[in-house]
Ligand binder design. Structure first.
Ligand SMILES: Cc1cc2nc3c(=O)[nH]c(=O)nc-3n(C[C@H](O)[C@H](O)[C@H](O)COP(=O)(O)OP(=O)(O)OC[C@H]3O[C@@H](n4cnc5c(N)ncnc54)[C@H](O)[C@@H]3O)c2cc1C
Length: 472
């Protein structure tokens, strides 16, 4: 076993390209194979920029590979949620009381291209595009691909194979279909789907609405959100049930019905989207689901990472961030065992198993938190109780920056706290909501007294949960 082992990575999306870069930096020979054309050579449709929110966990992964500063050049800070009610009133609910805590809007293709550029500069990375993986030999770390340009079937092989081929992973399917080991798999779909729309830039190239926020139009069942792009546009995403609702994807099938729905629910957003119906019918409707599986490795030769191992719903803006954090954790485990790997005292199986032991509980936790946040965003952000809670939390964070972290802060801005530890965040949310609702945090109480009570109640809830856990 030499340090120059070859790694075959399947899928050059966000996770695969960062992973390829990092593994090359560690001295491995990497072949990164992607089914789509090289997106740096394909003309990007300016009207359809897709963006993502990038936060501390993702930035940590980029920092590890030395590309954080370059990514930040493409970032637009978003300091809070701009909530839009049906009358068009807006208010900004800050993400944190600490000034330095905000999330960033970044272009998905822009970030992916930057990572591919950085990977390509490494002498030990070979990039292959237009090759779709069709079949996997998990035990031998090899896979066959269709060359979409010639139609030929090609085989690539590594000493190990890393599958970063996204939520519909062919590598994971290979694991599922293999009868030689027990592979658990679950896939939970929401009854909602999503559709990307756009608010074009203003005539002068500026922004038609406030730039530095994640805009939300919460409507109970449905929700519209918008994130800013560098060119003055916003990528808008509609989350709507597929069926069984007055307005749903199944019945929004004519321009008139789409206009009627937006006029009723999102009139201020409609006024910013002159091309709404055109884009609505042009763009596909996508499903939203959570995928969990285990084990992530097979035969000590193949491993899945990123969405291939743990696809989550997008409501915490953490899928890409978690996938980048996978690279950090994988790198840490490799660092710990690499000397022994080189001398043959441990094998890749051990590294893959240690990685999963370290990581799986956290990705399971963020998957569940993301579903929680779906309900919080579409239903609760508009409620008076929720707004009171956020106000109190930002006051705690501003006044006691080292003592209080909201659940959102722990998930989004504290890459040193594992996602798993954020179960505490749930208890804290419950405590604070109950206390406000029961009138136990009156104005006359000092902020410090309120904090002490919230902390004590949180501990009580955690204790209760622990006792219940023992009964299970
Ligand atoms: C609507 C929506 C909004 C989101 N918003 C956010 C957000 O704000 N913040 C955030 O952190 N996350 C967000 N996410 C999640 C994020 O998109 C994913 O978690 C992230 O893209 C995962 O990266 P990945 O590399 O694992 O998978 P992907 O980005 O899906 O990349 C997989 C790659 O593998 C390639 N591939 C697939 N099959 C094959 C094959 N057979 N052969 C070869 N190549 C193959 C694909 O072409 C692709 O390039 C969002 C997701 C959705 C759906």
């Amino acid at each position: 076993m030499s340090k120059k082992d070859s790694i075959l990575i399947i899928g050059a999306g966000l996770c695969g390209s960062l992973l390829a870069l990092r593994m090359a930096q560690r001295g491995y020979n990497v072949t990164l194979v992607e089914k789509r054309p090289d997106l740096r050579k394909v003309e990007q449709d300016a009207g359809r920029s897709i963006n993502l929110s990038l936060s501390d966990r993702g930035l940590r992964g980029l920092r590890l590979a030395g590309v954080e500063a370059e990514a930040k050049e493409q970032c637009i800070p978003m300091h809070g949620r701009m909530i839009h009610d049906k009358e068009g009133n807006t208010f900004l609910s800050k993400y944190s009381g600490r000034e330095n805590e905000f999330i960033n809007s970044i272009s998905r293709p822009g970030l992916n291209m930057m990572l591919l550029d950085a990977a390509e500069k490494m002498p030990n990375v070979s990039l292959v595009f237009d090759h779709g993986c069709e079949d996997i030999d998990l035990e031998n770390a090899s896979a066959s691909f269709k060359n979409y340009k010639t139609g030929a079937l090609v085989t690539f092989k590594g000493d190990i194979l890393l599958g970063t081929d996204g939520a519909g992973s062919v590598v994971r399917r290979g694991m599922f279909n293999n009868r030689n080991f027990l592979f658990s798999f679950s896939q939970d779909w929401l009854t909602h789907g999503y559709k990307e729309l756009t608010i074009p830039p203003a005539d002068n190239g500026g922004y038609k609405t406030y730039k530095n926020a994640l805009h939300i139009w919460p409507r109970g069942e449905d929700m519209l959100i918008a994130l800013p792009n560098m060119d003055g546009s916003f990528t808008v995403t509609l989350f709507l049930p597929y069926a069984d609702s007055d307005y749903c994807f199944e019945n929004l099938i004519t321009p008139e019905k789409v206009q009627e729905y937006f006029q009723k629910e999102f009139p201020d957003a409609l006024a910013l989207m002159p091309n709404l119906t055109e884009v609505f019918f042009e763009n596909p409707t996508g499903p939203l689901g959570t995928i969990k599986c285990s084990p992530w490795n097979s035969f000590g030769k193949s491993l899945v990472l990123g969405d291939a191992a743990h696809a989550i719903v997008p409501f915490y803006g953490q899928g890409m961030n978690a996938s980048f954090e996978d690279v950090v954790v994988f790198d840490e485990v490799l660092e710990k065992f690499e000397d022994k790997l080189l001398t043959g005292e441990v094998d890749w199986k051990k590294i893959f198993q240690e990685y999963e032991k370290e990581r799986k509980k956290d990705t399971d936790a963020i998957a569940d938190l993301a579903v929680d946040n779906f309900h919080e965003m579409k239903e609760h952000t508009a409620s008076e109780l929720f707004q009171q809670k956020r106000k109190l939390e930002t006051a705690f964070e501003a006044e006691f920056p080292d003592e209080y972290y909201s659940k959102y802060s722990m998930v989004t801005f504290n890459e040193n706290i594992s996602y798993e530890a954020m179960r505490r965040g749930r208890a804290q949310d419950k405590a604070i909501l109950n206390l406000i609702d029961d009138g136990k945090l009156p104005e006359i109480m000092s902020l410090n007294e309120k904090l002490i009570l919230v902390k004590r109640t949180t501990e009580e809830i955690l204790d209760d949960n622990a006792v219940l856990g023992k009964l299970k």
